[in-house]
Design a protein around this ligand. Structure first.
Ligand SMILES: Nc1nc(=O)c2c([nH]1)NC[C@@H]1CN(c3ccc(C(=O)N[C@@H](CCC(=O)O)C(=O)O)cc3)CN21
Ligand SMILES: CC(C)C(=O)C(=O)O
Ligand SMILES: [Mg+2]
Length: 278
């Protein structure tokens, strides 16, 4: 068995110039496949609101939703570090609330760490979590839980002021002691500056080539989700097509009486059959 990937492994990977790989999973079977394939970290993202539950955005996702899916994921994982997203309003009300909610993701869900969206605005909560011995991953740039303030899922940090703010937030998170920072949908040069400036690894999604690691939503990169496809997604497989074709074949074979075959059936002795018929 390969050694477990820990929060210390994140920092070590950056120091040694090895790229960190992260993907999302929301269920046992998928998490097991990703872990077996060797991904370093699995994110139980609040993107499950879109991908698993069919919502338009992540706003309605609850702490119960994330706990439910994190429990399933943690049963399937052996090596990867499991990060659970704290959903909207689970860390905005108070420090007490934040620690209790994060604690549930760790104790009930089985996550190793939590991820929160924001910088200066939530820094007090980030510090309190780390004081409570809960590892924290930051998330800057496009923070989807702010969709109603941002007015949509748009690239962030394009002006000098906005870019500076993101750099400052990254430094605040680093000082607070996060073990990694997700950078979502920011210009590649900004992500490069941040990656060179902070000692903690940056994990990019739509943040270009110079981040210390990359993350994508698994269903996006495997072609299983198509309600929207951000520019930063690369389709490594088209499993959506595979699934549709497989299901069509099943329908056809059942309708035509080709499935099931004898090898898919269970036998019974002739003596019992005769008694049943009598
Ligand atoms: N399936 C899925 N994949 C994701 O990457 C993802 C989620 N869900 N849910 C939560 C957030 C939302 N995300 C999104 C959603 C849409 C775009 C998008 O359409 N972006 C436009 C750019 C728009 C602009 O800047 O003007 C694009 O063309 O990429 C980006 C990120 C990323 N996250
Ligand atoms: C896209 C990643 C970074 C995320 O936060 C999620 O999947 O919810
Ligand atoms: Mg998220």
């Amino acid at each position: 068995m390969k050694e477990k990937f820990t929060t210390a492994s994140f920092l070590k990977a950056k120091a040694e110039g090895r790229k960190i790989t992260m993907l999302t999973a929301y269920d046992y079977s998928t998490a097991k496949l990703l872990d077996e394939a060797g991904v370093d970290s699995i994110l139980v993202g609040d993107s499950l609101g879109m991908v698993m539950l069919g919502y338009e955005n992540t706003i309605k996702v609850t702490i119960e939703d994330i706990i439910h899916h994190t429990k399933a994921v943690s049963r399937g994982v052996n090596r990867a570090l499991i990060i659970a997203d704290m959903p909207f309003l689970s860390y905005h009300v108070s420090v007490e609330d934040t620690i209790r909610n994060a604690g549930r993701l760790i104790k009930e869900g089985g996550a190793h760490a939590v991820k929160l969206e924001g910088g200066e605005n939530i820094i007090e909560k980030v510090k309190a979590l780390i004081d409570a011995q809960i590892p924290v991953c930051g998330h800057l740039g496009l923070t989807p839980q702010s969709v109603n303030m941002l007015g949509g899922f748009k690239v962030q940090g394009k002006s000098v002021e906005k870019a500076k703010k993101i750099i400052e937030d990254a430094i605040l998170l680093e000082k607070a002691g996060v073990f990694a920072i997700v950078l979502e949908a920011v210009p590649e040069p900004l992500a490069k500056i941040i990656t060179e400036k902070v000692s903690v690894p940056t994990i990019g999604i739509g943040a270009g080539r110079y981040c210390d690691g990359q993350v994508l939503v698994s269903q996006d990169m495997l072609g299983m989700f198509s309600d929207f496809t951000p520019k930063f997604v690369k389709r490594f497989r088209d499993l959506g097509k595979e699934i549709r074709e497989g299901v069509k074949e099943y329908i056809k074979e059942v309708q035509e009486g080709k499935f099931p075959e004898e090898k898919h059936t269970f036998k019974m002795s002739q003596e019992i059959i005769d008694k049943l018929k009598a």
